[in-house]
Design a protein around this ligand. Structure first.
Ligand code: A4P
Ligand code: MG
Length: 173
């Protein structure tokens, strides 16, 4: 069966964000036809977008999945709902946001799904955790994402804590 390496960006700034992101990673590990391969540290970051909201906790997970892109998006949106996500304002506060950053080498332009994620290159809270677990991560066209990091250095983020697959209790190798 064809599998793809997929990078997921996780973010939360409501209802115990650290726990929301950890629970989100565990839920990713439990998806059908999917394995959790790697997980970044947790990072704390100042909000991008509306400033009158709490700081975020962000992380990136690497999955290997047999799911199609839309089947994975459906699964992620179910997990967001399970976490009590209520859609308020654009780029506003949320209990759990799960974004597909990269899906194998695919470029996807679908009414519900754009991959690579359109804003990932501008966001240090995506690039730092992604490059921590995949220093050579690249766009389908081959451009290394490491080269974008320098443009995001004005954005405040802090290493919050290190995670390991063992500490998450996943059955990943
Ligand atoms: N969608 C399209 N492409 C994708 C993709 N690659 N992955 C569609 C996931 N979903 C994708 O998303 C709206 C729609 O995007 C979905 O229904 C899906 O079909 P949403 O999460 O409901 O709405 P949103 O919050 O307005 O947009 P989005 O894109 O999730 O927001 P962002 O861009 O993720 O920004 N600051 C810090 N420091 N840390 C953060 O994590 N997050 C945001 C949210 C703003 N500021 C932040 C953070
Ligand atoms: Mg989202």
């Amino acid at each position: 069966m064809l599998t793809n390496n997929v990078y997921i960006g996780l973010g939360s700034n409501l209802d115990n964000p650290e726990q929301q992101v950890i629970d989100g990673i565990k839920a990713l590990a439990a998806l059908p036809q999917t394995q959790l391969i790697a997980v970044s540290s947790l990072y704390a970051s100042a909000p991008i977008g509306p400033q009158d909201q709490p700081p975020f906790i962000n992380a990136v997970a690497l999955l290997n999945t047999e799911l199609s892109p839309i089947a994975l998006l459906d699964a992620l949106q179910t997990l967001e709902q399970d976490a009590g996500r209520i859609r308020t304002r654009h780029w506003g506060e949320r209990t759990l946001d799960l974004d597909i950053l990269l899906f194998g080498e695919q470029t996807i332009e679908h009414p519900r799904l754009n991959v690579p994620h359109p804003f990932m290159r501008e966001r240090r809270f995506v690039l730092e955790p992604l490059l921590e677990i995949a220093p050579k991560a690249h766009l389908p066209c081959g451009t290394l994402l490491a080269q974008d990091l320098t443009h995001t250095m004005a954005q405040d983020i802090w290493h919050h804590c290190t995670l390991t697959l063992d500490s998450l209790g996943s059955d990943a190798p």
